[in-house]
Design a binder for this molecule. Structure first.
Ligand code: ATR
Length: 269
């Protein structure tokens, strides 16, 4: 019987997950579909029951449901528990189990830039995305991580949980030339005309600037970083790798990520 998968979110029309996973299904001769499903927060429970009843083999969960979905599932793995967020649900018989591939997806993308494990890393932001990334960096052996955030208290809380340091935005801007990698995890880059979440005036040439936003592909943060002579890593890699880890959880198959990064980059470019 044909299998089906989905991504649920609000909004959902912009999601490239159906496009990406359907290409991977075709490339791997898997008879399956992948549907974008618009689910408003007040309908999440009903949507989860419907996905169960109608036999979804798995689904992705995106904004704003990543936390709210947790009590509606039959269980979550350690990664999702640490992050307190689920982006991937796998069906195991009659049970839906939640996982989170966002942080590892980012770290796999970062690895394509060959970072040294002792790199001094500045994480900008302390929301859900930063949380996933800081735990994944920690697990991958990157120990020198500093977190800064508009709301300093959130940076302090996250830093305490992951054994990182926290600095205010003003401090981070002063010591910016001491970092080898700067990771932008806030939602600021989503709107072209918004200000940067941190001033890059003091950034050192050659620093790697990474953004998790992939649409637009060239965020204001990355544009500024490029102007300052930084190397840049856009969010397409993270998007593709988080999807690839989900795909493997669902099918047992590792899909072609390199080709997909090119395809998505062309689509967005
Ligand atoms: P997500 O799950 O996408 O990370 P979130 O948990 O709402 O979403 O976190 C959003 C992050 O972007 C936070 O770090 C937030 O900073 P605050 O903790 O101070 O709210 C950051 N952010 C959002 N808008 C911002 C802005 N205009 N300037 C700076 N940081 C911003």
């Amino acid at each position: 019987m044909k299998k089906w998968y989905a991504v649920i979110g609000d909004p959902i029309a912009h999601s490239l997950s159906p496009f990406m996973h359907e290409i991977w299904f075709q490339e791997n001769d898997i008879d399956a579909s992948f549907l974008p499903i618009h689910v408003e927060p007040s309908k999440l429970k009903q949507a989860c029951e419907a996905l169960h009843l109608l036999g979804a083999s798995g689904f992705n969960v995106t904004v704003p449901h990543k936390q709210a979905i947790i009590p509606l599932l039959d269980g979550i793995d350690d990664t999702a528990a640490k992050m307190n967020a689920v982006n991937t649900v796998v069906r195991n018989g009659k049970k839906f189990k939640g996982s989170n591939t966002d942080g590892d997806g980012f770290v796999q993308s970062l690895r394509t830039a060959n970072p040294k494990v002792d790199s001094r890393i500045l994480l900008v932001g302390a929301g859900g995305a930063a949380r996933g990334i800081s735990f994944a960096l920690n697990r991958a052996g990157f120990k020198d991580v500093t977190i800064t955030n508009r709301t300093f208290r959130r940076a302090e809380e996250l830093a305490a949980e992951t054994g990182s340091k926290a600095v205010t935005k003003a401090e981070a801007e002063q010591i910016l030339n001491g970092f080898d990698i700067i990771i932008q995890t806030t939602s600021v880059g989503l709107a072209e005309d918004e200000a940067l979440p941190i001033s890059l005036e003091k950034v050192r040439e050659g620093t790697l600037a990474a953004d998790i936003v992939y649409n637009p592909i060239d965020t204001p943060f990355l544009k500024k970083a490029e102007e300052k002579g930084c190397k840049t890593l856009n969010g397409v890699g993270m998007f593709v790798y988080q999807g690839a880890i989900s795909f493997e959880k669902w099918t047992g198959i590792k899909p072609d990520t390199e080709k997909m990064i090119q395809v998505i980059t062309e689509k967005l470019g």
